[in-house]
Design a binder for this molecule. Sequence first.
Ligand SMILES: C[S@@+](CC[C@H](N)C(=O)[O-])C[C@H]1O[C@@H](n2cnc3c(N)ncnc32)[C@H](O)[C@@H]1O
Length: 213
Amino acid sequence: MARTKHIKINQVRELPNVFSSKDENLSNRIKDFFSGKEKYTLELGCGHGDYSVELAAMYPSRNFIGIDIKAARIFNGAQRALDQNLNNAAFLISQAENISEIFSKNSIEEIYIAFPDPHVKRKSEPRRLVSNIFLEIYKSILTKNGKVHLKTDNEMIFNYTLKTIQEFGCKVLRSFEDLYSVKDENLTNEIKTKYEQHYLKMGRIIKYICFQF
Ligand SMILES: C[S@@+](CC[C@H](N)C(=O)[O-])C[C@H]1O[C@@H](n2cnc3c(N)ncnc32)[C@H](O)[C@@H]1O
């Protein structure tokens, strides 16, 4: 393991804006961090937390939480939020599978999923962040008009998501096979995650779906 990565993993829990699914009394600790306001936007599989940090800077009155299993990546996002004095962005080292145990019903305004691992093998389908298992979880914590945003370069995940959400009975609000070929003022196109920047350099087509339950 590279030395800097090792240091980040050891130090991440010392950052005041980082929580872990192993923390005792986690839901209350998160609530306290955000001064008792129990409405959040989640970024799942956040990596370096680009959406959480940039949306927190754009919307100071809203709360953002980036969630990932990789502590070194969380460190980068959390440090960036601290450097920018953003007290409305926090990070959680956790499996996305745990979120319905941490966040209560009607507490999540939006969910961002950018470039999720595709889990191409059929037997790993339940691990896709847009499988039926995850849709049930999202439905249980989103507010009435809460939205889910998915960005991907992966055609299989794009088609799989459309099929899964339609069968689940979700309402598709927007769906673009080539996001950057459309003009839509409601899109937060200016935010480009680490993986997105990498894929754009490779000339990959970025796809986007926004849906609600
Ligand atoms: C391809 S990367 C994308 C990272 C970031 N969203 C971006 O666009 O730059 C996928 C991320 O999802 C995280 N991840 C995968 N499965 C997860 C799960 N079940 N719960 C939380 N994070 C997960 C990985 O650790 C990784 O950081």
